[in-house]
Write a protein that binds this ligand. Structure first.
Ligand SMILES: C[S@@+](CC[C@H](N)C(=O)[O-])C[C@H]1O[C@@H](n2cnc3c(N)ncnc32)[C@H](O)[C@@H]1O
Length: 246
């Protein structure tokens, strides 16, 4: 379960996944990656100026204030976690997991100890957290980095740890509208740098829900001519919860 930030410097029990080692070593794994990429303007430029808009759209779904227990699956360069915490109700809890200690260390450095914040090393594909533990789960620009089998497991895990009635929020790439000229720019860029990202141009995120998925409600919004998407998957409350205010 979540530990406090001082404990995250322990030796890693997790191997770096192949796809990170092979395709994203320069962005996340290399010791210089944090020094290079931890710049708000750079993150915003990589998203063609859309970082704040996408961040705030996700935060608006989570609430104002954000109540209960929230899980952020994977760290992100920039101020997403900081803004999330700033919206927290006084008794709310935010847990952040990432598979790379270097990224957790960076987040701990950015934020310092904060009440209601815990960070721990975990694999999004095998969270090791109890079913239904969270009121909401946020997965921000992680799915496009993962090969299909891992992506499916990440989605299944995120859904499993979201309580009935809770919300699962994905922000990621999406197929641009046919008339969007960004198609011509982003297709070769993604094909070269992010080999799994174009899967999100071909399929809906819901195509990768697990076969055991409980009843859910799905809302999708797209941004920047369709290049980005926000998908909110709400688990239907269990019958026993209906009418109980849960
Ligand atoms: C959230 S994604 C990309 C976010 C976005 N491109 C950015 O940084 O602005 C990057 C993070 O995902 C983490 N990550 C990748 N695979 C993971 C996994 N299987 N489990 C947990 N974290 C993972 C990486 O370690 C990295 O910190």
């Amino acid at each position: 379960m979540p530990t406090n930030p001082a404990e995250i410097a322990e030796p890693a029990p997790y191997a770096v996944p192949n796809y990170l080692e092979e395709h994203y070593w320069w962005a996340y794994v290399h010791p210089n990656a944090v020094r290079v990429f931890e710049r708000q303007w750079l993150v915003n430029s990589i998203l063609w100026g859309n970082f704040r808009r996408l961040r705030d759209a996700a935060l608006d779904v989570l609430g104002r204030p954000i109540q209960g227990r929230t899980l952020q699956v994977a760290c992100v360069y920039g101020d997403l976690t900081e803004r999330l915490l700033a919206r927290h109700a006084p008794d709310a809890q935010l847990d952040v997991v990432d598979i790379l200690p270097v990224q957790l260390d960076n987040l701990a450095r950015k934020l310092g100890p904060e009440p209601g914040l815990a960070m721990r090393q975990a694999d999004s594909a095998d969270l090791g957290i109890a079913d239904g533990h969270y009121d909401q789960v946020l997965v921000f620009f992680l799915l496009h980095e993962q090969p299909l089998a891992t992506r499916r497991r990440t989605i299944a895990e995120a859904l499993r740890v979201t309580r009935p009635g809770g919300r699962l929020v994905f922000v990621d790439y999406h197929r641009p509208h046919p008339a969007n000229p960004m198609r011509l720019v982003m297709h070769p860029v993604l094909r070269m740098l992010e080999p799994f990202a174009l899967d999100l141009w071909r399929e809906e995120i819901t195509a990768w829900l697990p076969p055991w998925a409980p009843p859910v409600r799905v809302e999708k919004r797209t941004f920047f001519g369709g290049l980005y998407q926000l998908v909110v998957i709400t688990r239907e409350p269990q019958e026993a919860d209906v009418g109980s205010g849960a």
